[in-house]
Design a protein around this ligand. Structure first.
Ligand SMILES: C[S@@+](CC[C@H](N)C(=O)[O-])C[C@H]1O[C@@H](n2cnc3c(N)ncnc32)[C@H](O)[C@@H]1O
Ligand SMILES: [Zn+2]
Length: 255
C-alpha cells in the first residue's frame, strides 16, 4: 500500500453512464462551438485508444493518471484521476485527485492503467511505474502515450537513459526535483518553444505544478524501461496518427 493515508474503493467511484455524452460535453466546455468542427474532423482520437483498450483489456476497470482537460479512456469503466485541478491553462475533468506515485487504491484493483503525456512530468518515473504496477492486476495492461523527443518541443534536449532513471529512483527524488530545470528552461522555454504563459512563471511555481518535462524519450527507451520492470511488451506504435507528436507503448504485467 502507498504511504498516502487516504484510501479509496472502486465501488465508491461514480462511472459515467454514457461515455460519448461525457466526451462531447467536455469537448464543448473546452472548445465551445469548435467542438463540432473537432468532432467531425478528428473522429479517430477516441476510437484508436478505445479499440486498443478493448483489444487488450476488454473487461474490467481502468485508471487514468493525469487526465487533464480530456480523456481518451472509456469513461463508463475508467477512474479519471489527476494530481492537479489545474495544469497550464486547463482545468482537469478528473473525479479523484492524488499524485501518480501515491495511489490510494488497494493492490491489484485495476485491469488496465493509462495516461497520455504524463510520465515526462513525473520526476521519479520508476517510483510511479512501480506504484502503477502495484494497483494493476496480474495480466493487466499499461498504456503509455508519450511525447516523442524528435517531434515535440524537447527536440533540442538529450534522450534520458535508463541508468539515469534508476539513479533518480535510488535517490528517491521528489516530485518537484529541480535537476532538469535548467536544461528544460534553456532548451525549450528560452528557445521560444513553449507558450508565453510559462515564461512568466517562477521556477518554484513551475516545479511545484509539475509543468516541466523532466525526462525525454522515444519508444525505444520506454520499451527498455518496461523490460527493466519485467513487463511484457505487447504493442508499440512509434507515431500515433491522431496526435503526431506521440508514441505509444503497451505493456502487460506478467504472472
Ligand atoms: C500535459 S498534461 C496532459 C493532460 C492530458 N492527459 C492530455 O493528454 O491532454 C499533464 C498532466 O499530468 C498531470 N500530472 C503532473 N504530475 C503528475 C503526477 N505526479 N501525478 C499524476 N498526474 C500528474 C497534470 O495534472 C496534467 O493533467
Ligand atoms: Zn531525472
Amino acid at each position: 500500500m502507498s504511504s498516502n493515508d487516504k484510501h479509496l474503493e472502486l465501488s465508491d467511484y461514480k462511472f459515467e453512464n454514457n461515455d460519448f455524452l461525457h466526451y462531447f460535453k467536455n469537448l464543448y466546455k473546452d472548445r465551445g462551438l469548435k467542438a463540432f468542427y473537432q468532432f467531425l474532423n478528428r473522429p479517430h482520437r477516441r476510437s484508436y485508444s478505445r479499440s486498443l483498450i478493448k483489444k487488450y483489456a476488454g473487461e474490467g476497470y481502468g485508471l487514468e493518471i493525469g487526465c487533464g482537460a480530456r480523456t481518451i479512456a472509456p469513461t463508463e469503466r475508467t477512474v479519471l484521476s489527476d494530481a492537479f485541478s489545474e495544469h497550464g491553462v486547463h482545468g482537469s475533468i478528473a473525479k479523484v485527485f492524488f499524485k501518480g506515485d501515491e495511489i490510494p487504491y488497494p493492490d491489484g484493483t485495476f485491469d488496465f492503467l493509462l495516461n497520455e503525456h504524463v510520465l515526462e512530468h513525473i520526476a521519479n518515473p520508476i517510483k510511479a511505474l512501480k506504484e502503477w504496477l502495484r494497483v494493476l492486476k496480474v495480466g493487466g495492461h499499461i498504456f503509455l502515450f508519450l511525447p516523442h523527443k524528435e517531434r515535440t518541443n524537447d527536440s533540442l534536449r538529450k534522450v534520458t537513459s535508463l541508468d539515469h532513471l534508476i539513479e533518480d529512483y535510488q535517490n528517491d527524488v521528489p516530485y518537484n526535483d529541480p535537476t532538469h530545470f535548467d536544461d528544460w528552461f534553456q532548451n525549450v522555454v528560452e528557445k521560444g518553444l513553449m507558450p508565453e504563459h510559462y515564461k512568466h512563471m517562477e521556477r518554484e511555481e513551475l516545479l511545484n505544478s509539475a509543468s516541466i518535462h523532466h525526462h525525454v524519450w522515444t519508444e525505444k527507451e520506454i520499451v527498455e524501461l518496461f523490460e527493466y520492470l519485467d513487463l511484457e511488451i505487447v504493442f508499440v506504435d512509434g507515431k500515433v496518427h491522431y496526435r503526431r507528436d506521440t508514441f505509444l507503448v503497451v505493456g502487460k504485467k506478467k504472472s
